[in-house]
Design a protein around this ligand. Structure first.
Ligand code: UDP
Length: 236
């Protein structure tokens, strides 16, 4: 049995084609990938979803808003995304639980570590919403922190913008960029590569938590990761 935390950005739920903040077809695709991964057996899966398709705290702060207030808006955005994902995953026959780091009884369960682990053991996909409940973070850090807390084996960082791993430079601007099959935390920090937030990277380093970065939007990729195929980049 493997326990994994999958981090996906809120923007993975959006669609440029439909111009929707939450695109039903895209969410359904993600839910199918997750349900298919669960159907294989041997997997306990928690999902951390971001909120960048709805709001990013830094955007409001740059426009003069109070940062903590703006971050609260971002965290609420992740709850909306979590509910969309929950609905879609359950439509594929997989039980789920949304656990929120901010108390909202009518919407989601509160995050309680032991309860989260119990849900996972029972085969429910647990969706962690509202990040860590603290401003000044992005959802990368709670993905790493929750993974450590529930004793996950690996963090999966699913990308959505077409970049399928960690490159030595931005492949969208430099076609000659090379993808690493494996890279150390120290090298990511030294080269200032933008894989996840630095806070999350240093957290994973300190807690010996490996990260697999891969293109989540390519059908079958989540399954390939579970097969142990060397797709994307392994950070450890
Ligand atoms: N956020 C926060 N604390 C957390 C997690 C998220 O304050 O623990 C806020 C922050 O403002 C962030 C926003 O929620 O910008 C949305 O999350 P994120 O930017 O990680 O979304 P993503 O880029 O993954 O879609």
């Amino acid at each position: 049995m493997r326990r994994l935390v999958l981090k996906m950005s809120g923007e993975a739920l959006a669609s440029a084609a439909s111009d929707e903040t939450i695109d039903a077809t895209t969410v359904d695709f993600l839910a199918r990938e997750i349900a298919a991964a669960m159907d294989r057996g041997g997997l306990e899966l928690a999902v951390v979803v971001g909120g960048g398709n709805i709001w990013r705290g830094a955007t409001g702060a740059m426009a003069g808003m109070n940062r903590a207030n703006s971050d609260l808006m971002g965290m609420l955005g992740t709850v909306i995304n979590a509910l969309a994902l929950q609905d879609a995953i359950e439509s594929h026959g997989r039980p789920t639980r949304v656990m929120s780091a901010i108390g909202m009884d009518q919407v989601a369960e509160p995050y309680i570590r032991r309860r989260a682990v119990r849900h996972l053991e029972k085969g429910r996909v647990v969706i962690f919403a509202a990040g860590m409940g603290n401003p000044y973070f992005t959802t990368d850090t709670p993905a790493a922190q929750r993974a450590a807390e529930i004793e996950a084996d690996l963090v999966l960082k699913g990308t959505h913008g077409g970049v399928d791993g960690v490159y030595d430079m931005d492949p969208r601007q430099h076609p000659e960029a090379q993808r690493f099959t494996e890279i150390s935390f120290d090298e990511i920090i030294a080269r200032e590569l933008r894989v996840m937030d630095l806070t999350a990277i240093t957290f994973c380093k300190d807690n010996n938590l490996p990260i697999r970065v891969f293109d989540l939007m390519k059908a079958g990729n989540l399954g390939h990761v579970l097969d142990g195929d060397a797709i994307g980049t392994l950070v450890r």
